[in-house]
Design a protein around this ligand. Structure first.
Ligand SMILES: NC(=O)c1ccc[n+]([C@@H]2O[C@H](COP(=O)([O-])OP(=O)(O)OC[C@H]3O[C@@H](n4cnc5c(N)ncnc54)[C@H](OP(=O)(O)O)[C@@H]3O)[C@@H](O)[C@H]2O)c1
Length: 326
């Protein structure tokens, strides 16, 4: 089969389309004929040489959607021919991949496989971080940074579907327009406006209940300034730095909590638990179209390098997916 690997640690040009054997199926897994694979920022980091969990395939790709064509021993929740979207440890940028059945979700009838390829990473990340760690509830106000990205735009829609009000930041007019089209309460262009002022304007100084942050660094103090009493700050990543100086009095005064998590190293059992929650909470929204994956670009597998360049330039408004088959 055709698959994409990083020939050596480096830039997008290090990506190479190679021939690989179809992966062997183990107990509890399904073999998927891939229709499309989602592109995620950790793929860029893996390509650049960041370490990956031991035993991970060198074929890139943390999520894919396609058709189940073989069942491992003990799999009874899926049948041959089922349309699934899968969270993977790697191996999505390929014509075939294997996934634990417990990490697969059925693709609702109205959703194309190409769009579904952009769901798993966002769904697992948003469910755990925004709803479990962030404890987002109906009536809350949430500040979401990088909100026009794949994960961000999914978070925006889920938060709104759950009855929360969203203040969203993104860079540039096109992204702000996308967020306005999604119906956010306020979209802040991070290049032109101060998001703390935006939050204070909207909330009349009260602040937000939850922050979903992927920037870190100097954003954290500003996020804390924009938070309401009892607020929850959830860090997804640290694009402007992981080390900060923090005034603990701010936490104490407002009774704030800071939390964070990372999806890839979680245990199989924990990912399976998250999948059960996503089936009951997010699949109905995906089936009814209340939540729609926002797809910026669909590029053929052979153009994986272009897909990485799009993400590296922060040019994507929504998700970038690599198409493999119809
Ligand atoms: N912790 C976890 O388990 C987990 C799982 C999946 C993803 N993530 C993280 O969640 C974030 C969203 O994922 P994604 O795949 O949707 O990401 P993505 O498409 O790579 O988008 C991230 C967005 O962050 C903004 N950004 C980039 N560099 C920035 C900088 N230096 N300062 C401020 N903003 C910057 C950009 O948006 P604007 O220019 O529009 O602001 C960019 O579009 C990523 O950072 C990813 O690493 C974490």
């Amino acid at each position: 089969m055709k698959a994409v690997i990083a020939r050596e640690p480096g830039g997008p040009d290090a990506l190479q389309l190679v021939e690989r054997p179809v992966p062997a199926l183990q107990a509890g897994e399904v073999l998927i004929r891939v229709a499309a694979a989602g592109v995620n920022r950790p793929d860029l980091m893996q390509r650049s040489g960041s370490p990956v969990p031991p035993g991970t395939t060198d074929v890139l790709g943390l999520e894919a959607a396609g058709i189940v064509i073989a069942l491992g021993k003990g799999v009874d929740e899926f049948a041959l021919g089922d349309r699934v979207m899968a969270l993977l440890n790697g191996g999505g940028y390929a014509e075939y991949c294997v996934a634990l059945a417990a990490h697969c979700l059925p693709v609702p009838a109205g959703l194309s496989l190409h769009a579904a390829a952009g769901v798993p990473e966002a769904a697992f990340t948003v469910w755990h971080n925004l709803f479990e760690l962030g404890r987002l509830r109906s009536g809350d106000t949430v500040l979401i940074h990088g909100a026009a990205s794949g994960v961000g735009s999914f978070a925006v829609q889920c938060a709104q579907a759950a009855g929360a009000r969203v203040i969203a930041t993104a860079g540039g007019a096109q992204k702000v327009a996308m967020l306005q089209a999604l119906g956010v309460w306020r979209a802040v262009d991070r290049h032109l406006e101060d998001f703390v002022e935006g939050v204070n304007d909207c909330t009349e100084g009260r602040g937000v209940d939850v922050v979903l942050d992927n920037v870190g660094g100097p954003y954290v103090a500003r996020n804390l300034a924009a938070m309401a009493m009892g607020g929850r700050h959830v860090s997804l990543s640290f694009l402007q730095g992981a080390s900060i100086e923090l005034d603990l009095q701010v936490l104490m005064r407002k009774n704030l909590s800071l939390t964070s998590s990372t999806l890839r190293p979680k245990s199989h059992a924990e990912k399976a638990r998250l999948a059960v929650c996503i089936r009951s909470r997010f699949l109905p929204w995906l089936a009814s179209g209340v939540v729609r994956p926002q797809i910026h670009a669909q590029l053929p597998l052979a153009q994986a390098a272009d897909a990485h360049r799009l993400l590296e330039a922060n040019a994507n408004v929504g998700k970038v997916v690599l198409t493999v088959a119809e």
